[in-house]
Design a binder for this molecule. Structure first.
Ligand code: ADP
Ligand code: MG
Length: 238
């Protein structure tokens, strides 16, 4: 069960506190979107969940397990970044296979998993290319594919579409929502695009200056924002 709970989670960088006592319970298979202005602590929160950033205080649980000190590689989590972070010298196939190879998975299982993910993402014809020969949208599909092959229980996506043009963003938005339903995984998705938040989220978490302002469904946030900040953020024109 990949429910995720943050209990008074904190992050400080030296004297700077960037995440303040965050409490958040995310249900198994939920699609939660984190929004808020640049610098409010969204990526840091995601990176603590992924184990890429040390937790300064509080608790992180996945299911019933306390994860604070579990190394990133031992968490059943995949992360997708804005800048794709593909390995430039490897083919698409190798990019997608690499995580399983590191875990010493059998070659035929790797082949099956990569082909399966490639088919779902419509990138089978690109498997022999290097990342530099791909468009932005194709690279983002490969990044998603690379995350998928391990069947993680949790997907963390940090502004995955913000390098794409508006039309492609629309397409990928729908693809990611479809993927979420199909994969049966818990998704936490960071964006500053309110259309993405409103259309993709089961619940939206609005952050400001390292604090959570409100957590609710898109409809409730829109109808009953708790303060001017949330109202401004949700209602703001694109
Ligand atoms: P967001 O993703 O919401 O834009 P971040 O989580 O990246 O915000 O950053 C939150 C705050 O933490 C910012 O003020 C940022 O400058 C600071 N910060 C992030 N990473 C570091 C770091 N490694 N060292 C010092 N400060 C950092
Ligand atoms: Mg960020």
């Amino acid at each position: 069960m990949a429910s995720i709970s943050l209990n008074k989670l904190n992050k400080t960088f030296g004297a700077l506190k960037v995440v303040h006592d965050i409490d958040l319970d995310i249900a198994d298979k939920e699609f939660v979107v984190l929004v808020g202005p640049s610098g409010c602590g969204k990526s840091t929160t995601l990176r603590m969940i992924a184990g890429l950033e040390e937790i300064s205080g509080g608790e992180l649980r996945i299911g019933a397990d306390l994860m604070n000190d579990v190394p990133s590689k031992d968490r059943d989590i995949a992360m997708v970044f804005q800048n794709y972070a593909l390995y430039p010298h490897m083919t698409v196939y190798k990019n997608m296979a690499f995580g399983l190879e590191l875990r010493k998975a059998p070659r035929d299982l790797i082949e099956t998993k990569v082909q399966e993910a490639a088919k779902i993402l419509d990138i089978t014809h690109l498997l022999n290319r290097k990342p530099k020969a791909l468009s932005g949208g194709q690279r983002q599909r490969v990044a998603l594919g690379r995350a998928m092959v391990r069947n993680p229980e949790v997907f963390l996506l940090d502004e995955p579409l913000s390098n794409l043009d508006a039309k492609l963003r629309g397409t990928m938005r729908a693809e990611i929502s479809k993927l979420h339903k199909r994969l049966n995984a818990t998704f936490i998705y960071v964006t500053h695009d309110q259309v993405e938040a409103m259309t993709m989220a089961d619940r939206i978490v609005v952050m400001k200056d390292g604090h959570i302002q409100q957590v609710d469904t898109p409809q409730n946030l829109y109808d009953r924002p708790v303060n001017m900040f949330v109202a401004g953020f949700i209602g703001a024109p694109q």
